[in-house]
Design a protein around this ligand. Structure first.
Ligand SMILES: Nc1ncnc2c1ncn2[C@@H]1O[C@H](COP(=O)(O)OP(=O)(O)OP(=O)(O)O)[C@@H](O)[C@H]1O
Ligand SMILES: [Mg+2]
Length: 381
């Protein structure tokens, strides 16, 4: 019975209700009736009917079972903090942090220089142009490039509640980057805890407000930042950027390995630098062909777009005016906007991200060391 219930997955926490400790009781009656009580995180949980169907579908076919009754109750506060611990976020995010952000998407890759930042900046601009309120968070604290690519660079202000107000780029994209806080081209030396603290502050202490999408530009590799993010945002999804090299199998394996390690769902793949077409129409596959599709197949996710090599994409990235909106008819823009629509299609309107685990922050939340980010008060004080 318990084994059958392991197949019932909480669609938001993405673990089985057995592992989550949400199976309150199982009663097996002589007449073949089975009653299962599932404990929910909130009484008004809008996905309870999904649980009901999943329990019936998995328990019903078992031998000797004639009918299945599904009841619900609510986890106690102690059980909720236990669950929070189990989810690897003992401190949890304070209630309300990112509460109005519907989708968090980490833009990642198995190796550097494949165009993560370019895709993050252009997709953010494209999603915003599609009428979807979007933010872009630069998680590459060593090699931040989002401010330049979105054409914004100033010290963010702080509101009366001591929340950092993201800097708004043309088109309305809300941007946050460590680049806003350091002198231009200054080398930032981060040690583990500081890095963790900075990322946490970017998520918790920034007034993101209501967003449909928050895109996170990840640094190259599969290091500390990804682990920190996965811990803070168990519901984030990964968008993998790759180049078309058919020989990129090791890179594919690395991306898959990272997704597995951090236990985040992969949303899809974008192939970048996918061929170059000369002004007279000749196409060269400079970086090979087929790598994006292969990676998408390996990960069993959709290939959301193939973005060609285009000088204007680089030029506009350097100028801070994302090509996707500056020149919407350019081939790279068409591919990026199509990918943006693919993202919209793959992320149907959902509950606010944190609602289901918006629990009381336990008093024993461990303090994280590190230096506060330097900020200025609104009004320049
Ligand atoms: N399709 C493209 N056509 C032309 N230039 C591109 C394309 N994609 C990216 N570039 C350029 O390639 C360079 C590297 O891209 P980008 O910085 O986005 O890569 P990245 O994956 O974020 O790198 P890193 O791993 O260092 O963070 C940039 O100068 C960018 O403008
Ligand atoms: Mg980058």
């Amino acid at each position: 019975m318990t084994e059958a219930l392991r197949s019932v997955i909480d669609p938001e926490l993405r673990q089985s209700i057995v592992e989550l400790g949400m199976v309150r009781s199982i009663e097996i009656h002589d007449d073949g009736r089975v009653d299962v009580v599932v404990s929910l995180t909130t009484p008004g949980c809008p996905i309870r009917s999904q649980f009901e169907h999943a329990v019936v579908d998995n328990v019903g076919p078992l031998e000797g079972v004639n009918s299945v009754g599904v009841g619900f109750d609510v986890l106690s506060d102690a059980e909720k903090s236990g669950l929070q611990q189990k989810l690897g976020r003992p401190g949890g995010l304070p209630e309300g942090a990112l509460a109005q952000v519907k989708n968090v998407i980490c833009v990642a890759s198995g190796k550097g220089g494949v165009g993560k930042s370019t895709m993050t900046a252009n997709l953010a601009a494209a999603l915003s142009a599609e009428g979807r309120p979007t933010g872009a968070l630069d998680c590459d604290v060593y090699g931040y490039s989002i401010p330049r690519m979105l054409g914004v660079n100033r010290r963010p202000e702080v509101n009366a509640e001591r929340k950092i107000i993201p800097v708004e780029a043309a088109g309305g994209v809300k941007v946050m980057s460590i680049g806003f806080f350091v002198e231009e081209n200054a080398a930032v030396v981060w040690r583990g805890p500081m890095l963790h603290k900075a990322i946490q502050q970017f998520l918790e202490d920034v007034e993101w407000g209501a967003l449909d999408y928050l895109l996170l530009d990840l640094p190259p590799g599969t290091g500390d930042v990804s682990m920190t993010l996965a811990q803070l945002l168990p519901q984030a999804r990964i968008l993998v950027v790759t180049t078309p090299q058919p020989a990129a199998q090791t890179v594919a394996a690395r991306a898959a390995e990272m997704a597995g390690k951090v236990d985040l769902e992969v949303l899809g793949v974008i192939e970048n630098m996918s061929g170059f077409t000369t002004p007279d129409g000749q196409r060269f596959t400079i970086f090979g062909e087929g790598g994006g599709q292969r990676l998408a197949d390996d990960l069993d996710v959709p290939l959301l777009g193939k973005v060609p090599l285009e000088e204007r994409l680089r030029e506009h990235a350097d100028a801070g005016t994302p090509l996707a909106v500056a020149e919407p008819g350019a081939p790279a823009s068409i591919a990026i906007r199509q990918a943006a629509r693919g993202i919209i299609a793959a992320t149907p309107v959902e509950l606010p991200l944190m609602e289901s685990i918006a629990m009381d922050t336990p008093a024993f939340a461990p303090a994280i060391g590190g230096t506060e980010l330097p900020v200025v008060q609104a009004g320049g004080r």
